[in-house]
Design a protein around this ligand. Structure first.
Ligand code: UD1
Ligand code: MG
Length: 451
């Protein structure tokens, strides 16, 4: 056995997306579709992975090569069909002798276990394995023609007889076969059909004719939903969210309104996390057991530990770490900041590029002034420090442990531990001034003076 390889087909035009961006670079749950298929191939141990692109897709080629390295794409000069597209990857796989799985780059929700099973069978039984599904509306899908357990051939809808069209068992497009079988069968595929294309699907009938085994595996239709339009992109995103919400509930997450919580492809939630309604998780968030995310919060690139409470209306940006028992309240934005155990910022603050010590209290309206228009600077707050409301901490700056910053201060220099600092305009108070002002002005107005 010579390992596993994957060919990912992505040379389609994607015109129905009406986008300047290649179709498969559009995202589902925070990850481009092409990356879903690459990660799927990786998750079953495929190496190499070759992505077939068209000559006009330089942006896609660059994105794939940035991830998989040079030589990981193959160019299909002309879109002459799926069989032709797979052949474009032949040269890149010439040193591979194991099994090959063919995936589409626009079908992001296929499960790892499904491909594992398909490849496992191809390795055990040889021949050609096809992933099929029972379609609610078979429409334009290729039909899997079986006799009992055995798969005989695939017929494309345009080439099918009325009887064949009545078959609801459809081709997902995913196939697995040994490298040498795949390419030798493809060598015999012609374009004598309704579309004048080289159909990958023809290799099933050709395999049978050569006495090779062909078999079909069934998965849920929802797993093989493809994306050709923005509506389908939204539908696939919705299907992902539905499945992810069910999983979260299943794993012990409390959600009062699961339909209003939006996950990223990589959101990590432990059991006994509580999620209030209307929360969005961008990529890179993990929330530990016992933490609560309150309503209308937006989190990305953040770790929230046990007992922390975030929101309502909080924004956590990349590089945020909230340790045990931290509170981040309404209209607080935290970016690249480590808040240590029990620290609090409950209202209306911006904490960017900082380190907030344990149990420190950040008053309402505090701003970490981290940017001078050119560079970013760091703010450090010692444990137990108290920052009064409406303070501006002009970074780089460090507030010592237990120090106390008077409200409304602008702090530009470091503050020593346990000191009190007040840095604001001095108060001036004039006894009776307001009363005499009002008396004088009312008299002027009554006398008919204009100003
Ligand atoms: C294909 C299958 C059909 C299956 C359906 C599932 C064939 C002949 N038919 O039909 O049985 O039910 O998918 O969605 O395989 N592509 C290229 N180069 C080409 C043509 C296609 O890279 O020359 C890529 C496309 O980008 C796409 C995939 O292959 O990712 C499928 O192509 P598409 O034209 O959508 O095939 P269908 O006609 O839908
Ligand atoms: Mg299609």
């Amino acid at each position: 056995m010579g390992g596993r390889a994957a060919i990912i087909l992505a040379a389609g035009k994607g015109t129905r997306m009406k986008s300047a961006k290649p179709k498969v670079l559009h995202e589902v749950a925070g990850r481009p579709m092409i990356d879903w298929s690459i990660e799927l191939a990786r998750s079953v141990g495929c190496d190499p992975i070759v992505v077939v692109v068209s000559p006009s897709q330089s942006e896609l080629k660059a994105a794939v090569e940035a991830k998989l390295g040079p030589g990981s794409t193959a160019i299909q000069d002309e879109p002459l069909g799926t069989g032709h597209a797979v052949r474009a990857a032949q040269k890149a796989l010439k040193d591979h002798s194991g099994v090959v799985v063919v995936l589409y780059a626009d079908t992001p929700l296929i499960q790892t276990e499904t491909i594992e099973t398909l490849l496992g069978r191809a390795e055990d039984k040889g021949g050609v394995g096809v992933l099929g599904f029972e379609a609610e509306v078979p429409g334009a899908y290729g039909r899997l023609i079986t006799s009992g357990e055995a798969l005989d051939r695939i017929v494309e809808a345009k080439d099918a007889t009325p009887e064949e069209l009545a078959v609801a068992f459809c081709n997902s497009g995913v196939m697995a076969a040994g490298q040498s079988d795949l390419f030798s069968l493809l060598g015999d595929v012609t374009n004598e059909n309704a579309k004048g294309e080289y159909y990958l699907t023809d290799i099933v009938g050709l395999a049978k004719a050569k006495g090779l085994n062909a078999h079909a595996l069934t998965c849920d239709e929802a797993d093989v939903m493809g994306v050709n339009s923005r509506a389908e992109l939204a539908a696939v995103g919705h299907a992902f969210q539905t499945r992810r919400r069910e999983r979260a509930l299943d794993e012990g997450v409390t959600m009062a309104a699961p339909d209003t919580v939006f996950f990223s492809y990589d959101t990590v939630l432990e059991n006994d996390v509580t999620l209030e309604p209307n929360i969005v998780f961008g990529p890179g968030v993990s929330v530990k057991s016992g933490a609560t995310i309150r309503a209308f919060s937006y989190l990305e690139g953040a770790e929230v530990r046990a007992g922390a409470i975030v929101g309502p209306f909080a924004r956590l940006r990349p590089g945020t770490l909230l340790e045990e028992g931290v509170r981040v309240g309404n209209f607080v934005e935290v970016k690249n900041t480590h808040m240590r155990e029990g620290a609090k910022a409950n209202h209306l603050s911006y904490l960017g590029d900082g380190d907030v010590g344990a149990r420190a209290n950040i008053g309402a309206g505090t701003i970490f002034c981290n940017y001078d228009g050119f560079f970013k600077y760091h703010t450090t707050i010692g444990s137990g420090a108290f920052v009064g409301s409406n303070s501006s901490l002009v970074a780089p700056v460090a507030i010592g442990e237990g120090a106390y910053i008077g409200s409304g201060s602008v702090i530009t220099d470091d503050v020593t531990a346990d000191a009190l600092v007040i840095a604001r305009g001095q108060k001036i108070e004039k006894d009776g001034w307001a009363l005499s002002f009002r008396t004088r002005m009312s008299a002027k107005k009554a006398a008919g003076e204009v100003s």
